[in-house]
Ligand binder design. Structure first.
Ligand code: FE2
Length: 404
């Protein structure tokens, strides 16, 4: 871990010190969509106005605005691997917001609002326009990133659930002001703009914001705090029931991106096929696994892996999961799914896979095999076909298909 310089207040003066990294107990502000304010030095925030002629401590005032929705609505999904901390450079996405889902290795993310330590099992949102640096205190890291254009993430409406449930506002954590000062020769800002990367050099750190206030902020959320909902009698709920964050479109109920999780929870439904049903979806589904196993895939879908079921591609539990569920029968008691955290990026847009993904040696070319073993369990004798006509019709069809 690279040592980083920081400025601390010492008596009457500012003193440059070298710090070893993020402290063990980071300070955060909690809430979602709140108006926050934070000062690294008491009194640094202008009082009663935003742009005084002279700001406290001789600072410059700057606004970052996240609510000019003029970009086309689009979406990108990526997986990332990182083997090196960002050294003397920062990244900024001028195109959209990043939703980062680390799967392995903590991320120390320094932003202009302050610092976020994000562990696997937590997520971070880095809004459009914020400059940030990612350090890797645990060495190489990997995870998933979704990028949304033209809108921001918000908490889903809870509808009939009422006031409480799913992700609670109070569990979203926002950094407190933190800054560094001193010369940083050759500091590079890498800015993503219109899908291309541009570099700019400067001789100071962009993390020189001594105090800030507002509601356009980077934040993180611990997925273990999520309060999941599920069916308590029959059938399988739609995954939307466990939406953590949604990036909406103008069309009510249609998401540019829903971030949905499949956390530990009790399964209690009676005479019900408890895993997800077989389905085709007008939305496209990108799934990832942070840890543990996923209830609909007994094999093959591993932590760090991802699956993509594009719009109207049929999918559902693999053969092993189906057979095991059927074998358990109607008498399956309450069962707890534990030690797992899967998630889905669900979008109304049709994703394109990039050549890198298609050519990757890690691409599972045999994925479809997980359903190949599914066999027909149809037998008119085993069911209570009451109608003789129906029975005859089915038998006739069976004969035709056998002979056809
Ligand atoms: Fe699905």
């Amino acid at each position: 871990m690279e040592k980083r310089a920081a400025v601390v207040r010492d008596g009457d003066g500012l003193v440059m010190v070298v710090v070893g990294g993020f402290p063990d107990d980071m300070d955060y502000q909690s809430g979602f969509g709140n108006h926050f304010s934070s000062e690294a030095i008491a009194g640094a925030l202008p009082r009663g106005q935003n742009s005084p002629l002279i700001c406290p401590f001789g600072l410059y005032a700057e606004q970052i605005s996240g609510t000019s929705f003029t970009s086309p609505r689009k979406l990108n999904q990526r997986r990332y691997t990182a083997n090196k901390s960002m050294d003397n450079c920062a990244f900024c996405d001028a195109d959209g917001d990043f939703l980062v889902v680390p799967q392995q290795g903590r991320l120390w993310i320094t932003t202009e609002c302050g610092r976020l330590e994000v562990s696997p099992g937590e997520i971070a949102v880095l809004p459009q326009g914020f400059r940030f640096v990612v350090d890797l205190p645990d060495g190489p890291s990997r995870g998933y990133v979704a990028e949304v254009f033209g809108t921001h993430f918000q908490l889903p409406d809870l509808g009939p659930i009422g006031a409480n449930g799913l992700a609670a506002s109070r569990d979203f954590l926002v950094p407190t002001a933190w800054f560094e000062e001193g010369p940083r020769p050759g500091f590079t800002i890498v800015q993503k703009f219109g899908g291309e990367l541009f570099n700019a050099q400067q001789d100071f750190s962009p993390f020189n914001v001594v105090a800030w206030h507002g509601n356009y902020v980077p934040y993180k959320y611990d997925l273990s705090k999520f309060c999941p909902y599920n069916t308590v009698l029959v059938d399988h709920g739609d995954p939307s029931i466990n939406t953590v964050l949604t990036a909406p479109t103008d069309k009510p109920g249609v998401a540019l991106l829903d971030f949905v999780i499949f956390p530990p929870r009790w399964l209690v439904a009676e005479h019900t096929f408890r895993p997800p049903y077989y389905h085709r979806n007008c939305m496209s589904e990108f799934m990832g696994l942070i840890y543990g196993g996923y209830e609909a895939k007994a094999d093959g879908f591993l932590p760090g892996g991802a699956s993509l079921h594009s719009c109207m591609t049929p999918h559902g539990p693999d053969t092993k999961t189906y057979e095991a569920t059927i074998a358990r029968g109607n008498e399956a008691g309450p069962q707890k799914i534990t030690d797992t955290m899967a998630f889905m990026f669900e979008s109304c847009l049709m994703p394109r896979t990039c050549p890198w993904a298609l050519d990757s040696p890690f691409r599972d070319r045999d994925y479809y095999q997980c359903w190949i073993g599914l066999k027909s369990h149809f037998s008119c004798e085993k069911t209570n076909c009451k109608s003789t006509d129906l029975q005859n019709e089915l038998k006739e069809n069976e004969c035709q298909s056998h002979h056809g």
